[in-house]
Unconditional design. Structure first.
Ligand SMILES: [Fe+2]
Length: 298
């Protein structure tokens, strides 16, 4: 078997509003659009993924929360209705997805080797969380590429931040090893918002974009600073200030997907391509791409 590789990583946040704004047939609520700049950003990401022709998409979601260890979807086909508990008025989505169980099992085994508690999720009726579904829909609405879904152990929330992120670093390294042995061409998706300060009331028309803007100016400034560093390829500097960013901007990268993805990619000091930035209920969201294959050929 040929050696597998991580083709690219994407920062691919999961506000369900983006699915709601798009009106795909799988989502029951209807909208008059909204959040176009972010949806146009995802159109660019979709095009990149189309060209990369990956065998598998791996996604780490902050909204599949498992207190005991890191879990992996472990059923070959999962279907059902995913509902956002905070925004059930916007997201009631009928999903039907194929899981790359072999690779998921390999990731779990490699994680165990590195001292993590890992577990396969074998419930055939499992309702996949809206974070996983939204990110996957936004990058590949055709649903024709198998996926590996990884839960959020949320260790950075109940261990110290450093300890928690160190676990995510190990999970990333385990993921990379498993992909290499698998022979797959893999794309990684870190399903994270940046600044997570948000409004507490929804406008009468949720998609009324005259009401949409950053909730917090300092948080916005933080997002711009982090994005500029990522666009410049200053990965090491970003990780140096990540704890401060997390604490001051209440950043959702705390849940670990961002660290997992960069650890798996080997923290490349390459410029990230910004596809777009926008707010959703005041939170900061960037769609960004790190194309490892392209950067290796330059
Ligand atoms: Fe979230």
């Amino acid at each position: 078997m040929s050696t597998g590789k991580i083709v690219a990583g994407f920062l691919a946040p999961h506000p369900p509003h983006l699915v709601y704004g798009e009106n795909p047939p799988q989502n029951e609520p209807r909208s008059r659009g909204g959040w176009e700049p972010l949806r146009w950003a995802y159109e660019r990401a979709r095009q990149s993924i189309e060209e990369m022709k990956p065998d598998v998409l791996l996604v780490h979601s902050p909204h599949w929360i498992t207190q005991q260890g890191h879990h992996f979807l472990g059923v070959p086909r999962l279907s059902g209705r995913s509902v956002d508990p905070i925004f059930p008025n916007l997201f009631r989505y009928d999903f039907d997805l194929e899981v790359d169980v072999e690779l998921a099992e390999a990731c779990a085994a490699e994680g165990h080797e590195l001292g993590l508690y890992t577990k396969m999720m074998r419930n055939p009726d499992f309702r996949v969380d809206y974070g996983t579904i939204t990110t996957l829909h936004m990058v590949r609405p055709q649903w024709d590429i198998p996926v590996v879904g990884i839960s959020s152990n949320n260790s950075p929330y109940y261990l110290t931040l450093d300890e928690g992120l160190e676990e995510m670093d190990r999970l990333g390294k385990a993921t990379a090893k498993a992909i290499e042995k698998s022979g797959r061409r893999a794309v990684l998706l870190a399903s994270n918002t940046l600044c997570h300060h948000h409004f507490h009331e929804e406008p009468a028309i949720p998609e009324d974009m005259s009401k949409e803007h950053p909730q917090n100016y300092e948080g916005y400034l933080w997002d711009v600073r982090i994005i500029e560093m990522l666009r410049a390829g200053r990965t090491r500097d970003v990780f140096d200030i990540l704890p401060q960013f997390i604490n001051e901007a209440f950043a959702e990268v705390k849940s670990g997907g961002f660290t997992w993805m960069f650890a798996a990619m080997g923290y490349p000091e390459i410029p990230g391509e910004l596809h777009g930035y926008g707010t959703v209920i005041g939170t900061g969201n960037a769609v960004m791409e790190w194309d490892l294959e392209k950067s290796a050929s330059i």
